[in-house]
Ligand binder design. Structure first.
Ligand SMILES: C[S@@+](CC[C@H](N)C(=O)[O-])C[C@H]1O[C@@H](n2cnc3c(N)ncnc32)[C@H](O)[C@@H]1O
Length: 364
């Protein structure tokens, strides 16, 4: 089913295929070779005949062909000029050619066209930035949903719920911006060449409006960075740390001096902030299941997880420390852990902190 002249003749010492286009693993070139699977993905996407479909990384066009059969138009963004040529060649002179637009370039760098639905088997190394690019609220996109093949573990992180082993900042951030559903498990042998990892197809439906004002996204990200710096620690313990308190107090003083202790809004939101922590796009590079975000690592020497006694001391502290821990105590969050907190609880936590003048960003 692979398009063009690609043949499976492995060269010694490389992953190239002779006689056609060599596949580049560095570009995530694992093409779909199982027609039944392609059919199933297209069916599950629920494409309407009037739909403009965005396909990312069409490769040799196996999925593209089925998308063209199902929708009104396919706009395909492909990085590799050899694949672009192959794709054009495949559909040249067919009735599909007028309904296929190919954009050569990096999907992460190009401006996305208007589309109704995105269906894609993507290179896994762009998973996380792509999700946040698609869900970028500044893009004013209004697409219905995206049906995307991801590495299995990444997919399971996207859909993880409080208490799940893979529940993480990526899950909370994605689920703030979208509803996410696991659709299909896909084994390695459906691809040529087979990747090292299993895959899953996920459905992502953008949430409009968002559950928090867009101007709060920066604050939200600051709060979650802290909460997931040690997701299995109690919030009382995380927020009782000297470095955390120093940072929050600095924010507090800065905003106080600027007279901005109330909520602030900014017009353009840099969505990449929500993507900062996700370093597991390619799990082959190895981030363990229960590893936590280390970007905001703030643990102090000698501190351990069973530190509720210390919390008691901190809680009795007066001044700024007492203010922060007091909020956690008052709303019953001090003994809770991020690994089990729902999205609504995070939203509530941000709200009660902000009401107390405690902010997670000091500038707009
Ligand atoms: C996993 S293959 C999928 C090929 C085809 N869709 C299929 O299912 O058979 C990923 C494709 O994405 C392309 N690609 C890699 N990085 C890209 C990027 N940043 N922007 C657009 N396309 C990219 C690769 O060249 C490759 O053709």
């Amino acid at each position: 089913m692979a398009g063009g002249k690609i043949r499976k003749e492995k060269q010694k010492g490389s992953n190239h295929f002779q006689g056609g286009i060599p596949f580049h693993k560095s570009k995530g070139q694992h093409i779909l070779k199982n027609p039944m699977l392609v059919e199933s993905i297209v069916q599950k996407a629920g494409i309407k005949p009037t739909d403009i479909i965005l396909e990312i990384g069409p490769g040799t066009g196996n999925l593209t062909k089925k998308l063209l059969e199902a929708g009104k138009k396919v706009i395909a963004v492909e990085l590799d000029p050899r694949m672009v040529l192959e794709l054009k060649r495949r559909f040249q002179g067919t009735p599909f050619s007028t309904r296929l637009e190919v954009i050569q370039g990096d999907v992460l760098k190009c401006e996305l066209p208007f589309f109704d639905i995105c269906v894609a088997n993507i290179p896994y190394q762009i998973s996380s930035p792509l999700v946040f690019k698609l869900l970028d609220i500044n893009q004013k996109q209004n697409f219905r949903c995206a049906i995307i093949m991801f590495q299995r573990e990444f997919a399971m992180r996207l859909v993880a719920q409080p208490g799940d082993k893979l529940y993480c900042r990526l899950a909370v951030n994605t689920q703030l911006l979208a509803r996410v559903f696991h659709l299909l498990k896909v084994g390695k042998n459906n691809f040529r060449p087979p990747p090292k990892v299993d895959s899953s197809v996920v459905r992502i439906e953008p949430r409009r409006p968002l559950p928090i004002p867009v101007g709060k996204l920066k604050e939200w990200n600051g709060l979650l960075s802290l909460c997931f710096s040690r997701k299995n620690k109690t919030l009382g313990s995380i927020f009782g740390q000297k470095k955390v308190l120093e940072m929050l107090e600095k924010n507090y003083r800065t905003l106080e001096s600027l007279g901005q202790l109330k909520d602030n809004d900014s017009e353009i939101i840099d969505m990449s902030i929500l993507n900062e922590d996700v370093s597991m796009d390619v799990v082959e590079n190895g981030k363990a299941d229960d590893e936590e975000d280390d970007q905001m690592e703030v643990e102090e020497e000698g501190e351990d997880d069973a530190d509720s006694d210390n919390n008691e001391m901190q809680i009795n502290d007066s001044g700024f420390k007492g203010k922060v821990i007091g909020v956690l105590k008052q709303y019953d969050y001090a003994d809770k852990r991020s690994s089990k907190l729902t999205q609504n609880e995070f939203i509530h936590l941000l709200s009660v902190f902000n009401q107390a003048g405690i902010h997670f960003t000091s500038t707009k």
